[in-house]
Design a protein around this ligand. Structure first.
Ligand code: HEC
Length: 223
């Protein structure tokens, strides 16, 4: 009868077989570089984009929006190139989402000018009467808190120095407050007068929207 008449031996041997199977199929690939593709095109978030990402999480945008285009013809036609594993190399946590009350946002970067986002965030219904996205105009009344931006980027391993983070913040501030900024007029419309010379939470979320999928677009452009 062999092993079948020895329940204890059978249990131990089957546990061993399952254990080896688990190690080979789960743990070994976890440490193989080929399962963690790296692309030189995928850049970590800047300090401002990271702040925008945190606001996106705080406001629960991911409850209505996914960030992954599946490799299905209908999705690729609607949203653009399907999402690749390496695009999410810097995403901690992932914001793939599971519910699409609104459209997928993984390719939204560069789809519209900044002014479109300012207007849409302030009042989605002014652009799409039937939109059930809540208005987020009040984000423009909140000064952006960048006091722990450096701590965030270093904890997440983006590799910026404190100087670089300060520079990113100063550069973005200079960009959106400059008279020649192409979305200046709309930004001024949605931002309270006292905060027009500052960075607001709205600016950060717009920066984050414009980053989504941009790396892949630049990769395709150079191919
Ligand atoms: C209750 C669900 C809901 C929530 C929460 C929500 N949205 Fe939306 N969103 C929608 C819907 C529906 C649309 C499509 C209609 C429209 O554009 O307003 C949309 C559209 C968008 C678009 C335009 C996408 C495109 O390709 O045209 C962007 C960008 C966007 N949302 C960003 C956000 C951000 C950022 C947040 C969080 C601050 C957020 N949404 C929260 C439902 C939601």
């Amino acid at each position: 009868m062999g092993i079948y008449s020895k329940p204890v031996v059978f249990a131990v041997v089957s546990a061993l077989v399952i254990l080896i199977g688990t190690v080979v199929t789960v743990f070994v690939p976890m440490f193989l570089p080929s399962t963690q593709p790296v692309s030189a095109f995928v850049k970590p978030y800047t300090a401002i984009e990271q702040e925008g990402r945190d606001i996106y999480m705080r406001e629960g945008c991911n409850n209505c929006h996914t960030q992954t285009v599946r490799p299905l013809r209908t999705e690729v036609l609607r949203f653009g190139e399907y999402s690749k594993a390496e695009e999410f190399a810097w995403d901690r946590p992932f914001l793939w989402g599971s519910r699409r009350t609104g459209p997928d946002l993984n390719r939204v970067g560069g789809k519209y000018p900044d002014s479109w986002h300012y207007k849409h965030m302030q009042s989605p219904q002014s652009m799409f009467a039937l939109s059930n996205m809540p208005p987020y105009g009040w984000l423009a009344a909140n000064r952006l808190d960048t006091s722990i931006s450096f701590k965030k980027t270093s904890t997440l391993g983006y590799g910026y120095t404190e100087e670089q983070v300060k520079q990113q913040i100063a550069e973005y501030k200079a960009k959106v407050t400059a008279p020649e900024y192409d979305s200046r007029e709309t930004r001024d419309l949605v931002t309270p007068a006292g905060l027009r010379g500052e960075l607001t939470e709205m600016d950060a979320i717009v920066a984050y929207m414009q980053k989504l999928g941009r790396d892949v677009k630049s990769m395709e452009a150079r191919q």
